[in-house]
Design a protein around this ligand. Structure first.
Ligand SMILES: [Zn+2]
Length: 237
């Protein structure tokens, strides 16, 4: 699904129908050919993709031409222990892989810089989206008030039942329904971004739940170790 952020940016996320995009989770036998096809339709060379060995950290990498192809063909070549990328260089496709975790696309139209963020609940708790924004401020002098943000598919408060201890981690965003607790991950990320100065009206959300719409998206909660991964990708033209 293409994400309309700007004419200067190519951005998209895949669905189940596009196949498993992961080189290490789910059935990986066709992952490279599925990636090649999905990315070719966007005008992206799959062999240039930049991916990470995601660890639910708050680590952000600044990516340049020297990183092209890291994680593109071999998982072992992906950038280690990283959950967000930023760049101001054109032609560098930044990718994260998810099955319930939130993907956050960021674009600064003034400095012409982008970020791609992998935000599960652990990364969200650590503040990975605001960490990526901080890196954009430090390196590109991004003004958060200029930033455009977009949220991809993830598990949402309709389905993400959590234990009581989550109230400690996310005091405002754990919702009680029928004596059960649910976490709203996009809402926490939106709060982190707006707290940093992003305008609420500049945050868009695809709205899809990976569990409710499991026929269209992979979900770790629903499929456990069998779950493949969706790709979220952004590139400056
Ligand atoms: Zn749901």
């Amino acid at each position: 699904m293409k994400v309309k952020i700007s004419d200067k940016v190519i951005a998209a996320y895949s669905t189940r129908q596009d196949g498993n995009m992961s080189l290490c989770y789910g059935d990986t036998s066709k992952a490279l050919s599925e990636r090649k096809k999905f990315l070719a339709d966007l005008g992206i060379d799959y062999s240039k993709l930049v991916g990470a060995q995601q660890t639910h950290s708050k680590n952000v990498a600044y990516v340049t031409e020297a990183d092209l192809g890291k994680g593109a063909l071999l998982y072992d070549s992906a950038i280690a222990d990283t959950d967000a990328f930023i760049t101001d260089k054109p032609g560098i496709p930044l990718a994260v892989f998810t099955a319930d975790c939130l993907s956050v696309f960021l674009y600064d139209p003034v400095k012409n810089a982008i970020a791609m963020v992998h935000a599960g609940w652990r990364g969200t708790q650590k503040g990975i989206a605001s960490a990526a924004l901080d890196c954009m401020r430090n390196r590109f002098k991004t003004n958060p008030a200029d930033l455009i943000a977009y949220f991809g598919p993830c598990i949402r408060s309709c389905c993400f039942e959590v234990e009581a201890d989550f109230k400690k981690y996310f005091p405002n965003k754990v919702i009680e329904r029928d004596k059960r607790l649910f976490l709203d991950i996009p809402a926490v990320n939106a709060e982190q971004l707006t707290h940093a100065g992003v305008k609420p009206g500049d945050i868009s959300d695809c709205g899809f739940c990976t569990v409710s719409q499991n026929d269209r998206f992979f979900s770790f909660r629903k499929e456990a170790d069998k779950a493949g991964r969706l790709i979220s990708v952004i590139m400056l033209r």
